[in-house]
Ligand binder design. Structure first.
Ligand code: PGA
Length: 236
């Protein structure tokens, strides 16, 4: 399993240093990836946990004030990068065309893109989820070679589930992941949205989930520890 921690715009530097100390103590056979805020990427110091970025510039570098390029991320030993998170789409106008460019830039630097996709509540009610997500994924990945496509990780995060405490049924998650699996047979598929140490056991009933993307839970090291223990126990 791949467990990705999306810290979003949380924690001051002092809080982050303390956070790292607590995260360090989590022992897991699963692959853990921390995605802190940009300024803290360079002070990350845990050898058994991978480092991810929450975003990357669509520009390759140069005179673009405030932007961080894929090449710069690579120089900080970043292994993974989120792209197309629903918050970036909603608040920063990240369009499928921008996401396409970001993915290209990341692949060029050998950073694995984690492409986030998900439907709104209205889209779900209209029964449009699978059609919407697969056509969006097909469009975003359309210019990549087969070899490049296989490197992309897809994180299915229903927008109505992020930060709300509501998660879809396992059948609904598997149904959506199955439709993604049909177009991307070899890729890792993650689920994200309101995961906590209480609902993880039920999520483990899924036959399709290869990992998790955690927002709120990523900020609570004690609960995260319980979460990883549940994962270990269940799989042994
Ligand atoms: P959440 O966030 O776990 O707090 O719902 C998930 C995400 O936004 O990636």
């Amino acid at each position: 399993m791949l467990i990705v921690l999306n810290n979003k715009s949380n924690l001051t530097k002092e809080e982050y240093v303390l956070y790292l100390e607590k995260i360090k103590a989590i022992v897991s056979k699963h692959e853990l990836v921390v995605c802190p805020s940009m300024p803290y990427l360079s002070i990350f110091n845990i050898s058994n946990i991978k480092l991810g970025s929450q975003d990357v510039s669509e520009k390759e570098g140069g005179a673009y004030t405030g932007e961080t390029s894929a090449l710069q991320l690579k120089s900080l030993n970043i292994s993974y990068c989120l792209v197309g998170h629903s918050e970036r789409r909603a608040y920063f106008n990240e369009t499928p065309d921008i996401i396409k460019i970001k993915i290209k830039n990341l692949l060029k630097q050998n950073i694995i893109p984690i492409l986030c996709v998900g439907e709104t509540k209205e889209e779900k009610q209209k029964g449009k989820t699978k059609e919407l997500l697969t056509s969006q994924i097909n469009y975003i990945l359309s210019t990549l070679s087969e070899e490049e496509k296989e490197k992309i990780i897809i994180a299915y995060e229903p927008i109505w589930s992020i930060g709300t405490g509501i998660i879809p049924t396992i059948d609904d998650i598997d149904d959506v992941l199955n439709s993604i699996r049909e177009i991307l047979p070899k890729n890792k598929l993650l689920y994200g949205g309101s995961i906590n140490e209480e609902n993880v056991a039920s999520l483990q009933e899924s036959k399709m989930i290869n990992g998790y993307l955690l927002g709120g839970l990523s900020l609570k090291p004690e609960k995260l520890k319980i979460f990883t223990q549940i994962l270990e126990n269940k799989q042994n």
